[in-house]
Ligand binder design. Structure first.
Ligand SMILES: Nc1ncnc2c1ncn2[C@@H]1O[C@H](COP(=O)(O)OP(=O)(O)OP(=O)(O)O)[C@@H](O)[C@H]1O
Ligand SMILES: [Mg+2]
Length: 257
């Protein structure tokens, strides 16, 4: 079955033994949008993203990615998608440049394109000069940046980024936001997760609020705010939970500039 959406979940459920991590979601992500899955810890965001990548199999229901059924052709999906996991396990015993070379070779990127793209992203993310150092000497933020670059290298049509701005300083978060918007202008779709409302609002076109494995609400920030102020709205409580702490204030201010 072909789909006009970048990603389409249909009655998708994931049960881990006794835990219902994702509960019968129907979710359609438009091509070219930047979409946030916003929800508190344990609400099912990472599980949802892993199902897009075929890293977790739904217990029932289906996931279509770029018109491909993930279950039928997981390799075709991986070829066209860039993924940054929540805690990226980059090879600690390689240098940054060796790791990026290795990833580029897996995707069969030509030497000229590899050099040009790696240099461009190292520069954009301010890792220039550190690419020859061992990854085990990098800070968490630097590891996150290497992982982001490795996801961008093969020019994927879809980016799946699990908490991409974690560990990034305000300026770096801003650079990543700008990169995502630049890629959007080229038609790239991004789906990211966050538990911080202000980050979702500052970076994304549309937001899906996840809670206890369900998509409770979906829309632009303005639409969600309207729903949250409805009488007896459960959303209001969730909004309170999802509001970032003071620590994130500088990041959010930079993202909004
Ligand atoms: N491999 C697993 N085996 C068993 N249970 C799991 C597994 N992965 C996730 N879960 C459970 O599924 C639920 C959803 O987890 P998930 O990691 O998807 O949440 P999340 O929204 O990404 O949370 P966080 O904000 O903390 O990253 C949780 O109750 C979690 O304990
Ligand atoms: Mg998670």
């Amino acid at each position: 079955m072909n789909s006009n959406y970048a990603v389409e979940f249909q009655n998708t459920t994931k049960q881990y033994d006794e835990i219902l991590a994702v509960d019968n979601i129907d979710l359609k992500i438009n091509t070219g949008e930047i979409f946030a899955l916003l929800g508190p810890n344990g609400s099912g965001k990472s599980t949802t993203l892993k199902m897009i990548m075929g890293l977790v199999q739904p217990t029932s229901g289906s996931v279509q990615v770029l018109g491909i059924d993930v279950k039928k052709d997981p390799v075709a999906v991986k070829r066209q998608v860039g993924y940054v996991p929540e805690s990226p396990s980059v090879y600690e015993f390689l240098t940054g440049i060796e790791y990026l070379d290795f990833i580029a070779d897996i995707y069969g990127i030509s030497p000229a394109d590899k050099k040009q793209r790696v240099n461009e992203y190292l520069k954009a993310l301010q890792l220039e000069g550190r690419e020859g150092d061992m990854i085990n000497s990098y800070s968490d933020g630097m590891k996150k940046k290497i992982s982001l670059i490795s996801a961008f290298l093969h020019k994927p049509k879809l980016l799946i980024l699990d908490e991409p701005l974690n560990a990034l300083d305000p300026r770096s978060a801003r650079i990543v936001k700008d990169l995502l918007h630049e890629l959007k202008s080229q038609g790239v779709t991004t789906i990211l997760s966050t538990h911080v409302l202000e980050i979702a609002e500052a970076v994304c076109d549309r937001i899906g609020i996840m809670y206890q494995g369900k998509i409770l609400s979906l829309g632009t920030m303005g639409e969600l705010r309207k729903q949250a102020s409805l009488p007896e709205s459960k959303l209001e409580d969730i909004f309170l939970k999802l509001t970032g702490t003071g620590d994130l204030k500088p990041v959010v201010e930079e993202l909004l500039r």
